[in-house]
Design a protein around this ligand. Structure first.
Ligand SMILES: NC(=O)c1ccc[n+]([C@@H]2O[C@H](COP(=O)([O-])OP(=O)(O)OC[C@H]3O[C@@H](n4cnc5c(N)ncnc54)[C@H](OP(=O)(O)O)[C@@H]3O)[C@@H](O)[C@H]2O)c1
Length: 223
């Protein structure tokens, strides 16, 4: 599966690109507003991996070339970025990692509406794109350190069961635990966890607070 990470030049995106490439995905594409920036980041990450598994492209070209697209841009750029890549997402799955954090105080949310960012994405893109929300609670610092085991479960929300299954299988290939957390509207609750984790990181001098679901039995495809 060809996977594009839009905003793959940034903190969370870079971590996901590295983890996807290290887990052996066929092709991982970094999307950026600037093709040259994407190419430079791809070169840097390929050097870090010790093989050529990552390609850098401008956002639209990356989305067009991918089977599945992961969105990793700040909430302030969410709508603008979605509008830019929308024509290239038709028939595809969009995985939205966005948390609408208040830029002045990331221990709070500052939403544009009552909905989660992923619901806003679904409303903007329409039914031809299946939006799945995931990765909002996993810290970029943890993702970027390939030597480190990720001690954070991934909650996966979406209104299309088949799309969620594909994303859950992808997360399992990264060696992570993933849970079907219900319809896309449940992403509102998942988003709320991130400012809490940021507050815990601040209080305890960490960068890697995460969540674990206990008391539920995983399915056979889990790692
Ligand atoms: N950081 C974390 O630990 C973390 C954890 C969970 C979820 N998330 C979510 O992941 C998303 C990305 O977070 P991040 O920390 O990786 O952000 P970031 O590093 O600040 O930005 C990511 C990328 O987004 C693009 N971008 C930045 N500002 C933009 C703008 N105004 N307009 C268009 N594109 C812009 C840039 O790519 P180009 O310049 O190359 O286009 C940038 O490299 C956020 O929605 C965040 O809530 C982050």
């Amino acid at each position: 599966m060809r996977i594009a990470v839009i905003g793959g030049t940034g903190k969370e995106g870079r971590g996901l690109v590295l983890r996807l490439a290290a887990s052996g995905e066929d092709a991982v594409l970094i999307g950026s507003r600037q093709a040259e920036k994407a190419r430079a980041k791809a070169e840097e990450l390929n050097r870090q991996l010790g093989r050529t598994a990552i390609v850098g492209l401008e956002n639209r070209a990356a989305a067009r070339a991918a089977d599945l697209v992961i969105l990793c841009v700040p909430y302030a750029a969410h709508q603008e970025t979605l509008r830019a890549i929308a024509p290239d997402l038709c028939g595809k799955i969009l995985v939205d990692t966005t948390v609408p954090l208040d830029p002045r105080d990331p221990s709070r949310l500052r939403r544009r509406s009552e909905q989660s960012a992923a619901e806003e994405a679904q409303a903007l893109l329409g039914e031809s794109v299946r939006v799945v929300a995931a990765f909002q609670n996993v810290s970029a610092a943890v993702l970027q350190n390939l030597q480190r085991t990720i001690e954070c479960d991934i909650l996966v929300c979406g209104d299309d069961a088949a799309a969620k299954e594909i994303v859950i299988a992808l997360i399992h290939r990264l060696g992570l635990r993933a849970w079907d957390a219900g319809p896309l509207r449940m992403a509102r609750a998942v988003e709320e966890i991130t400012p809490l984790l940021i507050s815990l990181n601040r209080r305890y001098g960490s960068q890697s607070a995460g969540i674990r679901i206990t008391g539920v039995k995983e399915t056979a495809s889990s790692p």
